[in-house]
Design a protein around this ligand. Structure first.
Ligand code: C2E
Ligand code: CA
Ligand code: CA
Length: 720
């Protein structure tokens, strides 16, 4: 059981690692070659040993046996010499020869015994016994005289027989020796053959193993790597759906493929993000330069076109360029009557007509709300007459009826005209000049046009000075947040504060927010200013007891800035101020224009827990329409209705209607401008939940807020 488990474990390990597989395989191969090599060496050693044996034993044996055979013959001859010797010297010589041959035979026998110690030739003992018999017989024959006369019969009979027997025995031993030698030689050739087989088999095995290895490497490594490389090449060539092979493998190749897969996915995500960013940049760029409702240039784009024009052309050429600022008359009435869509139709129609009237190279812009501008090159002389003609045509064209659904409406216009070069050398000055002229035209209330005049210069200088002071005040944080209590009317408890801007200029003294807030907005500083007010208020609120709410006012144009919610949220998070403690106050004038953007910004605020109030309710364009379209948390009833409700039955009815309406829509209401306890009582009776006004306190500095919150003081101020 355990072994099976271990085998399974090994298999899993092998499946998960190509490196391990090839390492195990190559080690097995090396082990096999080592075994083969060892066997090969052993066989070689065997061959060499057998060859040595043949050399040492059989050849030496043959030599010794040959020697014995020769010496036997020699001894027989020596016997004959003894018989035939005719003197004693010859006899002695022959006897010496015989003794030598005998000794040589015995020596050879002893040498043979040493060589063939294993007694491979079994018959050798019998052979040498026969030889020894002959030697002994012959020696005895010598001792007995060894003459032909005395022993001739023994010479011929007995020794002859023994000699022949010994000679034949030695010959047969030589044959046996040769046979044994042949046997050993054939053993060598058999071993050599086996070795050859081993070598050939090893070669074949090696070839097969390397082919198998090559095939495995091919299918397991090279082909998948090629596949991955091919997929990457296709990916880099832009084929986004190119499939990366081998991602389902568990081993290193699988890891590589998975890594590329992840790389591909993040590269795709990166590309998508890049495309989205590019798109967002294009949209942001367009938004930054164009009015989203009419598609015309916005104030920023118009300013840069005027500045470019002034830089590019010399003053003489530029003299024929006029800046027209056009403000629609009766637009508020159209909005009240036909709602937001009706207002949008009017704005878009006017935009299209203006665009159709002027030439391609002339600039048409929407400055905001119901204000447009045109920069046109006026041909011919006298230039002013021609410029006036264009203004008349613009007026007539705007006055032409506009179709809204089944009804027709008519709006008028007031036009101010400034001459490039004469009335200013930059966009800001020229627009201010045209603006001043437009206000003059509007003040005549006859829907007319007006050229800028020297007499308006003083107003403009004042405006320019104010703009400079406001710019400095914003940069130096000289405009400070003050806090006016927001009160629960039933309990008289302060639940929060509205942030109200206060500016005391060293020379101008106290400047009204209604004066400097529009300037801040015109200078494009509204976001910087609002964020700075919020940041300072969050820091001030840290020192106050409880979890007081802060109410922040937004300028009308800020609701066209989609980045605002995120910027506000980041200030809140940096200052650790909970979004649920912030209320945003929006006036209805902020909702004229791009309602979808305003709606999405309001929805964003609410999604993050920031509450949204509709400020100055009752004074705006089409209150009911906005209440239906947008999701507010609270309505702030404008103080003009509140302050007159006790003396004016109409106002009281309007307040009642608003309270009833907000109750029906599930909204809370706050009454602004409560200056007396009487008013508070009347409002509480009518079911108004919250209030704000001098009765509870004016806007005060941050340091004074803590004092205001002490229960005793609060009660005093309420009952005062
Ligand atoms: P609002 O938002 O309607 O602010 C309330 C205004 O009513 C304040 O005038 C406040 O001083 C005044 N008020 C409050 N209670 C009473 C009262 O019992 N009687 C009378 N007569 N007035 C009362 P303020 O401070 O002059 O502000 C005027 C407007 O300026 C504000 O109207 C608001 O729209 C704008 N504003 C003020 N501060 C800021 C700011 O920080 N940012 C923006 N965007 N607008 C601001
Ligand atoms: Ca307000
Ligand atoms: Ca208000």
């Amino acid at each position: 059981m355990n072994i099976i488990k271990q085998v399974r474990h090994c298999r899993t390990l092998l499946d998960r690692s190509a490196r391990l597989r090839f390492s195990v395989f190559s080690k097995l191969l090396v082990a096999l070659f080592a075994v083969l090599f060892f066997g090969f060496c052993l066989q070689l050693l065997g061959i060499s040993r057998q060859a040595d044996e043949i050399d040492d034993k059989w050849i030496a044996n043959t030599r010794l046996l040959g020697e014995v055979s020769d010496r036997l013959t020699e001894l027989r001859l020596a016997q004959a010499y003894i018989v035939l010797a005719n003197d004693s010297a010859a006899t002695t010589h022959a006897l010496q020869l015989a003794a030598q041959h005998r000794q040589a035979i015995r020596n050879a026998h002893e040498e043979f015994l040493v060589l063939d110690s294993s007694r491979t030739l079994t018959q050798s003992s019998a052979v040498f016994e026969t030889v020894e018999q002959y030697l002994n017989e012959e020696q005895e024959w010598e001792r007995a005289g060894g003459s032909l006369v005395a022993f001739s019969h023994r010479f011929t009979d007995s020794t002859d027989r023994l000699y022949k027997a010994a000679d034949e025995a030695v010959d047969s031993l030589i044959d046996a020796n040769a046979k044994a030698a042949r046997f050993d030689t054939s053993a060598i050739s058999r071993t050599s053959y086996r070795l050859l087989v081993v070598i050939v088999a090893s070669g074949l095995l090696m070839a097969a193993a390397s082919m198998w290895m090559r095939r495995k490497l091919e299918t397991n490594v090279f082909a998948p790597l090629e596949g991955i490389a091919g997929a990457l090449a296709r990916l880099s060539a832009g084929e986004a759906d190119a499939r990366i092979p081998s991602v389902d493998r568990d081993d290193e190749i699988g890891s590589l493929a998975q890594a590329f897969q992840r790389f591909r996915q993040s590269a795709q995500a990166l590309e998508e993000a890049y495309t989205a960013t590019k798109l967002a940049e294009q949209v942001a760029d367009r938004l930054a330069r164009h009015d989203s409702l009419t598609g015309l240039a916005n104030r920023r784009m118009l300013s840069s076109r005027i500045d470019n024009l002034m830089c590019a052309a010399d003053t003489a050429k530029c003299a024929t360029h006029f800046v027209y600022v056009i403000d629609l008359d009766r637009f508020k009435a159209v909005n009240d009557l036909h709602g937001h869509e009706g207002g949008d139709t009017v704005l878009c129609t006017v935009a299209a007509r203006l665009r159709a009237l002027v030439r391609e190279e002339d600039v048409v812009a929407r400055l905001g709300g119901d204000e447009f501008a045109v920069v046109a090159r006026v041909e011919g002389t006298p230039a002013f007459d021609n410029a006036a003609q264009l203004a008349t045509r613009i007026g007539e064209m705007i006055r032409a009826p506009i179709q809204i659904g089944h009804s027709e409406v008519e709006v008028g216009s007031s036009i101010g005209i400034a001459l490039c070069g004469r009335d200013g050398h930059d966009a800001a000055t020229l627009l201010r000049a045209a603006d001043a002229a437009m206000y003059r035209a509007k003040s005549r209330r006859c829907g007319d046009f007006q050229f800028f005049e020297e007499s308006m210069q003083e107003d403009l200088r004042c405006l320019a000075a104010l703009e400079l002071d406001v710019r400095n005040a914003v940069a130096q944080h000289a405009i400070e947040p003050h806090y006016q209590p927001l009160v629960d009317l039933r309990t008289n408890r302060t639940y929060g504060f509205e942030i109200l801007a206060r500016w005391t200029h060293p020379a101008r003294g106290s400047v009204e927010p209604d004066t400097f807030i529009p300037v801040i907005e015109r200078l494009g500083l509204a976001t910087t200013f609002t964020l700075s007010m919020l940041r300072r208020a969050c820091r001030d609120a840290r020192l106050w007891p409880g979890r007081m709410t802060l109410a922040l006012n937004l300028s009308p144009h800020q609701l066209a800035d989609p980045l605002l919610p995120a910027q506000l949220l980041s200030v809140l998070s940096e200052e650790s101020f909970e979004p649920s403690r912030l209320e945003i106050e929006i006036t209805e004038s902020a909702l004229v224009g791009d309602l979808p953007t305003a709606k999405s910004i309001i929805d964003n605020f609410r999604r993050w827990g920031i509450r949204v109030s509709l400020d100055d309710f009752g004074t705006g364009y089409s209150s009911l329409h906005h209440l239906r379209e947008l999701h507010f948390d609270k309505i702030k009833i404008d103080r003009s209705f509140i302050q007159s409700m006790l003396s004016d039955a109409e106002s009281a009815k309007i307040v009642d209607a608003i309270l009833c309406l907000s109750d029906g829509l599930g909204l809370t209401t706050l009454a602004e401008g409560i200056e007396s306890a009487e008013l508070q009582q009347a409002l509480t009776q009518r079911g108004c939940a919250y209030g704000q006004g001098f009765l509870f306190g004016k806007a005060v500095r941050a340091e004074e807020v803590a004092g205001l919150l002490r229960p005793g003081q609060l009660q005093m101020s309420v009952s005062a």
